[in-house]
Design a protein around this ligand. Structure first.
Ligand SMILES: Nc1ncnc2c1ncn2[C@@H]1O[C@H](COP(=O)(O)OP(=O)(O)OP(=O)(O)O)[C@@H](O)[C@H]1O
Ligand SMILES: [Mg+2]
Length: 304
């Protein structure tokens, strides 16, 4: 049993305005009939602002090949600190591939090859000197399907800190577990059952546990690949509230199929299509005034 330090505040998700979460994020997804800055798929450069002032990641000309097949085509984009970037686009357009470039998870796929440059805080993450385990410790990853380890709730969260030796004493480890569960908005629901198996939690709780597990190694960036697609609307609202809170401390990249979710949780949106980055910019601008015809076709549902 671990003690609850007094200094921390409860971050219970779903506040007074949780109802707003079920709205459409203020979107007006009707075709506009406007002229676009760009209409074509050829030409390479995305429409919009690829660079940001305070970049955590800078991706330049990043391509990914699976064998002979090119899944990502010369993508150039920055990820900003303390901001949520939403990656949207039709199935198979390369969103997960893009995410996996950022923590070198494509390295684990036989036949996958990445070209171009990606820097994290100015350092090339594909440099020969980069320790991949250390890199992944700086980048938390949350997947579509909650994937708790077949261990207790406590041991799931303590797993990363143990491997990376982040705690000197058991009290330090307890503190990391507590803080991570607290920040993930799960503490109150699990504090009396920390030694129970994590697979006994509901799907939404398991996903917040996976987020707590990602937070426990004190990452700089959190990558989320459709983190809510297996959750009901209430669990989704919990996770969305959590993303909003986490943004104060982390850079977050979230892949989502829900444009409403992208509009609710992100400040910047990137639209991918057939391996290309088509458009990127402030979320409000991309959804209200898309400058590429393909972006508008997608967000207004005319894609097909
Ligand atoms: N391990 C792999 N081996 C070969 N091809 C792959 C592999 N993973 C992805 N691809 C291909 O790369 C392209 C991009 O896939 P990716 O999974 O990145 O798309 P996505 O945008 O995440 O799609 P979804 O929305 O369905 O998750 C697709 O054509 C896919 O078939
Ligand atoms: Mg995917």
């Amino acid at each position: 049993m671990i003690h609850e330090p007094r200094r921390a505040e409860s971050h219970g998700a779903g506040g007074a305005d949780a109802g707003r979460r079920f709205g459409d994020g203020g979107l007006n997804l009707k075709p506009s009939g406007r002229q676009h800055v760009s209409e074509s798929l050829e030409g390479g450069s995305p429409v919009g602002e690829v660079s940001v002032a305070d970049a955590v990641f800078s991706c330049r000309d990043v391509s990914v090949f699976y064998g002979d097949k090119q899944a990502l085509k010369s993508v150039t984009i920055d990820v900003a600190r303390r901001q949520v970037l939403a990656a949207i686009g039709p199935s198979g357009c390369g969103k997960s591939t893009f995410l996996r470039c950022l923590n070198r998870m494509n390295d684990t796929i036989p036949g996958a090859r990445v070209t171009g440059t990606i820097t994290l805080d100015g350092r090339d993450i594909y440099s020969k000197r980069q320790d991949v385990a250390q890199l992944r410790a700086r980048i938390g990853m949350v997947f579509q399907k909650p994937n708790p380890f077949p261990k207790s709730i406590y041991d799931n969260v303590a797993y990363g800190p143990r491997i990376h030796r982040l705690a000197r004493t058991r009290a330090d480890l307890d503190d990391i577990v507590f803080t991570s569960l607290q920040r993930a908005g799960l503490w109150d629901e699990v504090k009396d059952r920390l030694s129970s198996l994590a697979i006994g939690l509901s799907g939404g709780q398991q996903q917040r546990l996976c987020i707590a597990r990602a937070l426990a190694v004190q990452p700089e960036v959190i990558l989320m690949d459709e983190p809510c697609s297996a959750l009901d609307p209430i669990a989704t609202a919990h996770v969305e509230d959590l993303i909003e809170q986490l943004r104060a401390s982390y850079a977050i990249v979230i892949v989502t199929h829900s444009m409403q979710q992208a509009a609710r949780v992100s400040q910047r949106t990137a639209y991918f299509y057939m391996g290309q980055l088509i458009e990127v910019g402030d979320t409000d601008r991309v959804f209200t005034n898309p400058q590429h015809r393909l972006t508008e076709d997608y967000i207004t549902g005319r894609f097909g």
